[in-house]
Design a protein around this ligand. Structure first.
Ligand code: GLU
Length: 524
């Protein structure tokens, strides 16, 4: 087998599905609409685009560029600030674009609302070449048509009323300022084939296609026109997008033909299904990137999991760092069948990264914002020379195997970070089959020997406290439980001697004394 090299003059198309002969640069894009929070489905699609350009293409010795384009032409769904948040969350996630609204590039601007004249010019070009026509139908007329169709049990759709208006008359009405849209003059006969890289040819009879709107009354283009013109002008070679666009894809192929342009390669990736079927939505749990970040998921873990929701490397490998994905991803292994979102598995992968992949310092710096938000440490603790940093690092080392997400940190780390424990149930201090008096005696004796106990030597501390239990006639389990509760306010903690080491002598002394007071205050 020939190994591709960067100086390969004309990489054969077979190297990469959909690559036109002679093309040396793979150009892909993520084209989100700023309509609210970013859904993980969009990000999964963006991820595959990124991996194709920055991973697979480069491995094949090709150039690879990933573009970010903001598709904000639907003014009814436009949400202020959504684009800013979008960039922020995509950057957090780890996608890096070579061209985009913030970084610029040869095809700027990358925000569609700043490109209106381009789309308007293209729409008028289609009218001039008899591939499109102005439509003057009012919303009322369109609603009446729809109602009549419903009454006759016919599929809804535009009845091509304005298609037959003579061009001269239509031009006069446009010139007179009559409100209108521009519709595509979809061929009425024949069929259109969409060649999908992972699905094969999808054939549609043209008569089933509507005369879709390309330019709206407000002068803004629809998605059909805008994305297609931009994909062409921005020299996109592969369009990886959600399967919800399959029904529109024949229209797009026809539009490319009407412009006399060659379409890019299409790859329609499946939607994400909810557990139990159907579309993944709010009622199943988090669905937006912002929610997952908020809930303490790591971008690497999310990337790993989203990659697997429609792509596999082999039947067994589940852990892929971003670098692994760039090394291993190939469009050939994308699946055409939908995958079900499994929150449990995502948690497992997240925990795996927390436990086995991140370095201790990396993990420490990532739990800090969650602890700061819970008010447990200072907001500036992220600096390694901040006094809280070392404490958080130590607690993180002790507790990381209990964290499924970063958001679990405050709950588990609380007793190790605060000076004084929040209130807890004093009854917990009295282990089963003991009396308050026995527990109190145990804690008093522990407090008494604390000055001579080296808590940093866990093994020695254990030997000493086991001996103490025996001296007091208590079971070790009973003494240890009373100490654990006094030290943490809880019956569950990591190993007792690790716990005591991290809490440290001073805090332990205070907490033992406080527990003893609580027991003493209990009615006999
Ligand atoms: N703006 C479209 C969306 O957000 C982009 C679809 C595409 O990738 O072409 O759904």
């Amino acid at each position: 087998m020939n190994h591709p090299t960067t100086d390969l003059l004309d990489p054969p198309a077979a190297l990469l599905p959909g690559l036109r002969p002679g093309t040396k640069e793979v150009r892909v894009r993520l084209a989100p609409s700023p309509t609210g929070s970013v859904h993980i489905g969009n990000v999964k699609t963006g991820l595959y685009n990124w991996l194709l350009a920055r991973g697979q293409a480069k491995r094949l010795g090709l150039e690879g560029s990933f573009l970010l384009r903001i598709e904000d032409t639907d003014r009814n769904r436009y949400v202020e600030d959504a684009a800013v948040q979008l960039l922020d969350i995509l950057r957090w996630f780890g996608l890096e674009w070579q061209e985009g609204p913030d970084v610029g590039g040869p095809h700027a601007p990358y925000v569609q609302s700043e490109r209106l004249p381009i789309f308007q010019e293209r729409a008028h070009h289609l009218v001039a070449t008899d591939h499109a026509y102005p439509c003057f139908c009012t919303p009322e007329r369109l609603a009446a048509v729809r109602e009549a169709q419903q009454a006759r049990h016919e599929p809804p759709g535009y009845d091509r009323h304005c298609r037959v208006i003579p061009a001269g008359e239509a031009a006069d009405r446009v010139a007179a300022g009559e409100p209108h849209v521009i519709r595509f003059k979809t061929p009425r006969d024949g069929e259109t084939t969409v060649d999908d890289v992972i699905r094969g040819p999808i054939v549609t009879a043209n008569e089933t296609l509507e005369d879709a709107v390309l330019l709206k009354t407000d002068g803004y283009p629809t998605y059909h026109l805008a994305h297609l013109v931009d994909d062409h002008l921005m020299e996109i070679t592969h369009v990886i997008r959600g399967a919800e666009w399959i029904p529109s894809a024949p229209l797009h192929v026809l539009l490319y033909a009407a412009f006399g342009w060659e379409p890019p390669a299409f790859i329609h990736v499946p939607l994400i299904l909810a557990p139990g079927g159907g579309k993944l939505s709010k009622r199943h749990g988090a669905t937006t990137m912002a929610e997952f970040r908020e809930q303490g998921y790591l971008p690497e873990a999310l990337m790993n999991y989203l990659a697997l929701l429609g792509w596999s490397f082999d039947a067994t490998t589940e852990i892929f760092s971003p670098e692994d994905l760039l090394k291993k991803f190939s469009v050939e292994r994308l699946s055409a069948s939908p995958a079900t979102f499994d929150y449990q598995k995502l948690r497992w992968i997240n925990q795996h990264y927390i436990n086995h992949i991140l370095t201790l310092d990396d993990l420490t710096s990532r739990v800090i914002p969650f602890l700061a938000r819970a008010g447990m440490i200072g907001a500036n603790a992220a600096h390694t020379d901040h006094p809280d940093y070392a404490a958080v690092r130590e607690a993180t080392a002790l507790l990381k195997d209990r964290l499924e997400t970063l958001a679990d940190a405050p709950e588990h780390m609380g007793p190790f970070l605060v000076e004084d424990l929040p209130d807890y149930d004093s009854a917990l201090l009295v282990p089963k089959k003991t009396e308050p008096a026995a527990a109190q005696r145990g804690l008093e004796a522990t407090l008494a020997l604390l000055p001579g106990l080296d808590l940093t030597d866990e093994a020695a501390a254990e030997v000493r406290l086991r001996a103490l239990a025996e001296e007091l006639g208590l079971k070790t389990g009973q003494l240890f439980m009373a100490i654990r509760v006094a030290a943490t306010g809880r019956t569950q903690s990591p190993g007792l001697f690790g716990t005591l080491r991290v809490i440290g002598r001073e805090r332990l002394e205070r907490r033992l004394a406080a527990a003893i007071d609580r027991l003493a205050a209990q009615p006999a």
